[in-house]
Design a protein around this ligand. Structure first.
Ligand code: TRP
Ligand code: ZN
Length: 474
C-alpha cells in the first residue's frame, strides 16, 4: 500500500532514485516493445535501502497480510499460514518475499503451486501463470517450526524472543521476517489480520482490535484486526501469561493492556497514565491516528528496549513514564507517519524523544528548555564524540544510539526557537495530518517547515542535521 506524494512537490534526488530503482534495475524493460504486450521479468529483490540492503521487494505492492498460526508451548513452535494480498506493479515472472522463518511446506500464488527457493532473507517465488501489472494476486505460504531470534547490526535481538512463559516479538528494523513472509520495508505498509491459537490460559496479543477470543478443547483463538496501514516492523504477536485490562480514553478510543503478572504492581502507575498521555498528545499533535490503543508489558531482559508496535507498544520490562510517553508519541511519528529510508530514523526517534520532553514539562517536570540545555543534551562539551555523528546518517549500528534521539529532539527544540511556537506546533500537526498512514523524508520535513514558517531554513537544517560538530549559531 503506497501513499507516496509525487505531484506538485519537490521529490529529493534520493527519494527519486528510490522510486525509479526498480525499472533501472531491469534495463530490458526500457527497450521498446509491442504496445500492450506483457513483458515479464523478475521483480527487484529489494527496494535498495542502504542500511538493510535486502529489505523490501520490487514489482508489487502488498495490500493485506492475514497471519494465522497455532502455537505450542513446547519449543515455542508455530504451524502457520500467511496469506498476502498484493497488486503487481510490473508484469512478473518472478518476485521475492523477505522471510527468515521456519521451513516452508507449501506455497501457492493465486491458488497454483509455485516454485520457490530460499537464499538468506530472500524467498524467490516463480508464479505460474505469470502476473500482470495492475492485477491483484494472492500468495499463501504454509510453514512450521520455531521462528528465529534475529541479531541486529548493533547486536540487539528481535524477532521470536523466548520469555519464561512465551515469546516477546519486536520487529524493528528486521524482526518481522522471523515469523511471517512479506515485503519488509516501511515503505510498503498494509493492513493486517491475525488468527492465533494458543493453549488455554495463555494470551496472544497483537496489533489493533480484538475481534474475538474463543476457547474450544483447551485451545484459545485470538483474532486481531489492524485496520490502518502498518509498516511490517510494527507488527507483533506477543504470547504469554498476561493480566489483561480494558479501558478507554476520555474521547472513547478503546485501550487493551496486557501486563506480565510479575510486573503488574511495578508498572501499574505508568500503565494507568496511558489515557492522559494520549489526550495530551492529541491536543498538540492532532487526533490519535488509530482505532485502538494499549500496551504490552513483558519480561524479556535480553531485549532491553521498548518498541512502538502499532496501537500496542511493547515493553521488555516495567516501563518508566517517560518511555511510555515516548512509545505513545511514536504512534503519530513513526507509525502513522513513517520514514521512507532508515537513515531518516531521527524523524521517528527525534520526534518521540521531543514528545517525551514535552510530556515531562506538561506533567510538572523539567521544561523542554531545561532538558535541551542539560548535560546529556546541548550541555555536552563541544569535544564530545556525541557531536561527531551526522543526524541524518547515523549508520545501521548507531541508528538507535543517542544522536537520532537526542540531537534529533534538540533539532526540533532549536527549530521551535527559530520559527516560534505558533508555526512550530502547526508544523507538528500538519506533519501528522499531511503524511498520515504514509511515508515521508527529511527533505519533506524541511520543505514543510519552510512553508509553515515562511522562512529560509537551509542553514538551520544544515547545521543541525547534515553537519558534524556542535551547532553554535543557527
Ligand atoms: N524504536 C525503539 C524506541 O525508540 C527502539 C528500538 C527498536 C531499538 N529496535 C531497536 C533499540 C533495536 C535498540 C536496538 O522506542
Ligand atoms: Zn523511539
Amino acid at each position: 500500500m503506497r501513499f507516496r506524494r509525487l505531484g506538485g512537490t519537490a521529490v529529493t534526488a534520493a527519494a527519486l532514485s528510490l522510486l525509479v530503482s526498480v525499472p533501472l534495475a531491469h534495463p530490458a524493460l526500457a527497450a521498446p516493445g509491442e504496445p500492450g504486450k506483457p513483458r515479464y521479468s523478475a521483480g527487484a529483490p529489494s527496494i535498495g535501502d542502504s542500511y538493510f540492503p535486502g529489505q523490501g521487494n520490487g514489482g508489487f505492492d502488498v495490500q493485506h497480510y492475514d497471519i494465522t498460526f497455532s502455537y505450542e508451548t513446547a519449543g515455542r513452535r508455530i504451524d502457520a499460514v500467511t496469506t498476502i494480498t498484493a497488486v503487481a506493479t510490473e508484469d512478473l515472472d518472478q518476485f521475492d518475499l523477505d522471510f527468515r522463518g521456519p521451513e516452508i511446506t507449501s506455497l501457492t500464488v493465486n491458488g497454483h503451486q509455485a516454485d520457490f527457493r530460499r537464499d538468506g532473507q530472500e524467498l524467490v517465488v516463480t508464479p505460474r501463470p505469470k502476473l500482470k501489472e495492475g492485477k491483484p494476486f494472492t500468495v499463501v505460504v504454509k510453514y512450521a517450526g520455531t521462528p528465529p531470534v534475529i541479531t541486529d547490526p548493533d547486536e540487539s535481538i528481535e524477532g521470536w524472543v523466548p520469555t519464561d512463559d512465551g515469546v516477546f516479538v519486536p520487529g524493528e528494523p528486521q524482526g518481522s521476517t522471523a515469523w511471517y513472509p512479506g515485503s519488509d520495508h516501511p515503505t510498503d505498509k498494509a493492513t493486517f489480520t491475525f488468527h492465533v491459537t494458543v493453549p488455554e490460559g495463555i494470551t496472544a496479543v497483537g496489533n489493533g482490535q480484538l475481534l474475538s477470543q474463543t476457547t474450544k478443547n483447551g485451545r484459545t483463538t485470538f483474532v486481531w484486526d489492524s485496520t490502518e496501514p502498518m509498516a511490517t516492523y510494527l507488527a507483533t504477536m506477543t504470547i504469554g501469561n498476561f493480566q489483561v485490562t480494558r479501558s478507554a480514553t476520555p474521547s472513547g478510543i478503546p485501550i487493551y493492556t496486557a501486563v506480565d503478572p510479575q510486573l503488574a504492581t511495578q508498572s501499574a502507575a505508568t500503565v494507568a497514565r496511558i489515557p492522559d498521555i494520549i489526550e495530551y498528545f492529541s491536543t498538540i499533535f492532532g487526533p490519535y491516528p488509530f482505532a485502538s490503543a494499549g500496551a504490552i508489558v513483558d519480561r524479556a531482559p535480553n531485549v532491553g528496549y521498548a518498541l512502538e508496535s502499532q496501537t500496542k507498544p511493547i515493553f521488555s520490562s516495567s516501563p518508566s513514564l517517560g518511555t511510555m510517553a515516548h512509545e505513545i508519541a511514536h504512534q503519530w511519528y513513526g507509525d502513522s507517519v513513517s520514514l521512507s529510508r532508515w537513515s531518516d530514523i531521527w524523524l521517528n526517534e527525534g520526534f518521540a524523544t521531543y514528545a517525551q520532553w514535552l510530556w515531562t514539562e506538561h506533567n510538572g517536570g523539567a521544561t523542554a528548555q531545561q532538558t535541551f540545555s542539560s548535560s546529556s543534551n546541548y550541555g555536552r562539551a563541544a569535544t564530545s564524540s556525541f557531536w561527531q555523528t551526522v543526524t541524518t546518517d547515523p549508520g545501521p549500528v548507531d541508528m538507535f544510539g543517542n544522536v537520532p534521539y537526542n540531537r534529533g529532539a534538540m533539532t526540533l527544540h532549536a527549530l521551535r526557537g527559530k520559527i516560534g511556537d505558533t508555526a512550530f506546533f502547526r508544523l507538528l500537526k500538519d506533519w501528522a495530518t499531511e503524511h498520515r498512514y504514509g511515508n515521508a523524508s527529511t527533505a519533506d520535513f524541511v520543505r514543510q517547515a519552510q512553508e509553515v514558517s515562511g522562512m529560509n531554513l537551509t542553514n538551520f537544517f544544515d547545521v543541525w542535521l547534515n553537519q558534524k560538530g556542535k551547532p553554535s549559531a543557527w
